[in-house]
Design a protein around this ligand. Structure first.
Ligand SMILES: [Fe+2]
Length: 188
């Protein structure tokens, strides 16, 4: 019921509008999976975490040129549903952004999303959300340290650093060094 890495890779190839978009998003998703693998508590469902990492950003392919980036989550949930994937998987797309978006955030910041909570609820969702914070698809792509992320997320709400701290306490700090060597992306 949970698709394999090969099956999810094929979904990416099918959905990506270009080779470049596929390379960027797929590489990022694999890196997020590597980070989550390092931090995986033994009681989590590893197949679910793998699929969640590999699928979480698939909505990036559906962003129109004028779509705000924050919409990639809900677009990904739609795409995953269109692919026939169950809700337990499509939720990773819409519930991984930042350290969680609340309905109050949507209203207060005027975010272009349906007013709802987009929070990681299961431990698997929390791990995918957390692992995602350590790598960016920026041009050029880079790894992101905790310190850099905390500074960046602070501007989205006073509660955000504490939410990130709670994830750090739950899962610990990843070791980015082997991934920096493997993928050749710098650290910021
Ligand atoms: Fe991501």
């Amino acid at each position: 019921m949970i698709p394999t890495e090969t099956q999810i890779r094929a979904m990416h190839r099918e959905a990506a509008p270009s080779r470049e978009a596929f390379a960027s998003v797929w590489t990022h998703c694999r890196i997020v999976w590597s980070i989550a693998s390092q931090l995986m508590p033994p009681d989590l469902d590893g197949d679910l975490v793998r699929a969640g990492c590999l699928l979480h950003d698939i909505g990036v392919y559906r962003l129109a040129a004028d779509d705000p980036y924050v919409r990639h989550g809900v677009l990904g949930e739609e795409l995953a549903r269109d692919l026939g994937l169950p809700e337990v998987l499509s939720r990773f797309c819409s519930h991984h952004t930042g350290v969680g978006i609340t309905a109050a955030d949507v209203t207060a910041q005027g975010l272009p999303l349906p007013v709802a909570d987009y929070l990681a609820e299961s431990a698997e969702e929390r791990l995918v959300m957390y692992a995602d914070k350590f790598h960016s698809k920026s041009t050029p792509p880079s790894f992101v340290t905790s310190d850099t992320f905390v500074v960046a997320v602070s501007r989205f709400g006073a509660d955000k650093p504490a939410r990130f701290d709670a994830l750090t306490r739950e899962f610990g700090q990843p070791n980015l060094t082997p991934l920096v060597s493997e993928f050749g992306h710098s650290v910021r």
